[in-house]
Design a protein around this ligand. Structure first.
Ligand code: PMP
Length: 330
């Protein structure tokens, strides 16, 4: 009989699928690594078990303990899957810009969700970082994984995402493209691919306009899960060869195109990553192989990116401009 012993054994080994329709004018092969095939629906499933294993080993998390984490949703789901099996309680702190659909998903997995205001400084006592710190000090037996600093985040991608891409492209990958949130994905995957290729794979990070990584003025933006307003230790800028900045409007237009033209119902940060990948691929030769990571499923965004009223109210076009990727680089 062929079966997984538990659902967490199904994490990883996500497929690569070629992008064919949104790639107009690009000669290189562009392959999407579709992370929604993970059981919790995102790349964050990969980091949860490693983080919890390490915390148990180090005595930071004991039987009956509580996991408290600030998360835009996906890390929460990944942690909840592992926590269920091991009997931990979960309390997740989410900024209010995170779609209600995603909060409901975390609750459905049995987690408690605390909502905090998005547009406050990280130092503000109401910020999601500080509220989670306060909960950790108030709840006995609480453990905060802190995905922004936990080395087991990038390590998970070094041990799984990177080797999968290398294996599935027979070592022919030439470029790896990913959005940067905590930076764990690009740091771990990028480091592995750079080592495996002897330094020839180019690592391309994508950042939303308004985030800190590309150095522009820091301000609010609508795409979820990527960009930061501070420099997290999980991100190693030394791994990244090239950074592109993509606007919310371009990200959302591409996200809608991916669903309609490629059959890939993914989140806004996936659209952002693809816009950046096409920009990076624009002048590459035919034998280049660009792998772009699509972090999560689009189902968590039906009331936002895929909702015409929400798009219009926020000032975004809903007629899917024919080529979001042709906008000049920032
Ligand atoms: N996209 C989404 C939807 C995410 O939730 C995350 C994780 N914050 C990312 C992209 C970025 O991944 P990382 O934190 O590894 O940089």
């Amino acid at each position: 009989m062929r079966y997984a012993r538990t659902v967490t054994d199904l994490v990883g080994n996500t497929p690569l699928v070629q992008l064919n329709r949104v790639t107009d004018g690009v000669r290189a092969t562009v392959l999407a690594k579709v992370e929604y095939f993970n059981p919790g629906g995102s790349s964050k499933d990969r980091i949860a078990a490693n983080i919890i294993d390490a915390a148990e080993r180090e005595g930071l998390l004991r039987p009956g303990g509580t996991i408290v984490e600030p998360t835009s949703g996906n890390t929460g789901v990944g942690l909840a899957l592992v926590a269920q099996q091991r009997g931990y309680r979960c309390v997740f702190v989410v900024p209010d810009k995170v779609a209600e659909d995603k909060r409901a998903v975390m609750r459905a997995y049995g987690a408690e969700v605390v909502v905090t205001p998005t547009n406050v400084e990280p130092e503000d006592p109401q910020s999601y970082y500080n509220v989670s710190d306060r909960l950790v000090s108030e709840i006995p037996g609480a453990f905060k994984p802190n995905q922004y600093a936990n080395p087991n985040g990038p390590r998970s991608h070094y041990e799984s995402t990177g080797p999968e891409i290398w294996r599935d492209t027979d070592g022919r990958v030439t470029h790896f493209v990913a959005g940067v949130g905590t930076g764990g994905t690009i740091t771990g995957t990028g480091r592995f691919l750079r080592e495996a290729s002897g330094g020839s794979v180019r690592i391309v990070g994508i950042d939303p306009v308004g985030s800190i990584y590309t150095g522009g003025p820091v301000h609010g933006y609508d795409v979820e899960g990527v960009g930061e307003d501070f420099w997290p230790p999980a991100y190693d800028p030394g791994v990244v060869d090239e950074l592109h900045r993509v606007s919310d409007a371009e990200s959302f237009a591409m996200t809608r195109r991916l669903a309609r033209e490629e059959g890939l119902l993914v989140g806004g940060s996936s659209g952002m990553a693809v816009v950046g990948a096409l920009r990076a691929a624009r002048d590459l030769p035919e034998d280049a192989v660009v792998v772009v990571l699509l972090p999560d499923h689009g189902r968590g965004y039906l009331s936002k990116v895929f909702d015409d009223d929400w798009m219009t109210a926020r000032g975004y076009a809903i007629d899917d401009p024919s080529s979001a990727a042709s906008t000049p680089s920032a």
